[in-house]
Design a protein around this ligand. Structure first.
Ligand code: MN
Length: 245
């Protein structure tokens, strides 16, 4: 009988979604960086983004980047720093150090996916408006021209990576692409901040779109919320000012 109850105890302790274990990990401060809570259900973006891809992407890929970052950042003693600061300082302070590549990959994965999931919505603004729309028109000619540039960058990124719309501290917009989980904060050492990001890793689209990355990018523009992009634009200038200090 004792053997039986021990087995039950072990099953409870190791159940993946056990609240007790989650609470224990939080108290042990192993979760300094937290995934955003999705403000929508996994199936909310159907038919453009399918539920299984959304669930796998958030609960497996993004969760793994976050957990790995927490472990590595704690070991490196940088777990109290904002992720933007870690990424902006990475080239100057991290390159060449043990575990630095892991912090780059998982720190980028953590940040990039928080940005990505937060600017998706079923009922978001389908087109930019206001100051952001004016700036897009002045910089790229039109919103469609911007979408075309981003689509080309995303489709043309060899292997895994991202396409970005970023701002500098003066509000000037630019587009770029990055390999792996790099992003404009890391690449510019804190001079650019992404306000829109298209994840073109195969894990973001392969279950539904197979090899048709361009179709997935079209679907992205059906579910990206331009109001959230405008919020990112407004907030980025303040963050860039902090990073410049
Ligand atoms: Mn991803």
């Amino acid at each position: 009988m004792n053997a039986g109850s021990s087995l039950i105890d072990i099953q409870v302790i190791y159940r993946p979604n056990c609240n007790f274990l989650t609470a224990f990990i939080k108290e042990g401060k192993l979760n300094m960086f937290e995934q955003i809570k999705l403000p929508y259900a996994f199936d909310a973006l159907e038919p453009h983004f399918d539920a299984l891809t959304m669930e796998t992407h958030y609960s497996k890929h993004h969760a793994a980047y976050t957990n790995n970052l927490n472990t590595l950042a704690q070991a490196a003693g940088i777990d109290s720093k904002p992720i933007e600061v870690i990424l902006a300082h990475w080239k100057r302070k991290g390159e060449g150090k043990a575990d630095a590549q892991g912090i780059r990959n998982n720190g980028g994965g953590f940040f990039n996916h928080n940005l990505f999931f937060a600017h998706l919505s079923k009922n978001g603004a389908h087109e930019p408006s206001g100051e952001l729309a004016d700036k897009i028109n002045a910089t790229f000619g039109s919103v469609d021209a911007l979408k075309e540039q981003l689509s080309k960058l995303g489709a043309g990124q060899f292997g895994s990576g991202w396409a970005w719309l970023s701002t500098d501290i003066d509000g000037n917009l630019s587009v770029s692409s990055s390999p792996n989980q790099d992003n404009p904060i890391l690449e510019s050492e804190g001079k650019l901040f992404p306000i829109l990001g298209i994840d073109v890793w195969e894990h973001a689209y392969y279950l539904k779109y197979k090899n048709l990355r361009a179709d997935y990018i079209k679907a992205f523009f059906e579910v990206v919320d331009w109001n959230k992009v405008a919020e990112n634009y407004a907030a980025a200038k303040e963050t860039l000012a902090k990073l410049a200090k």
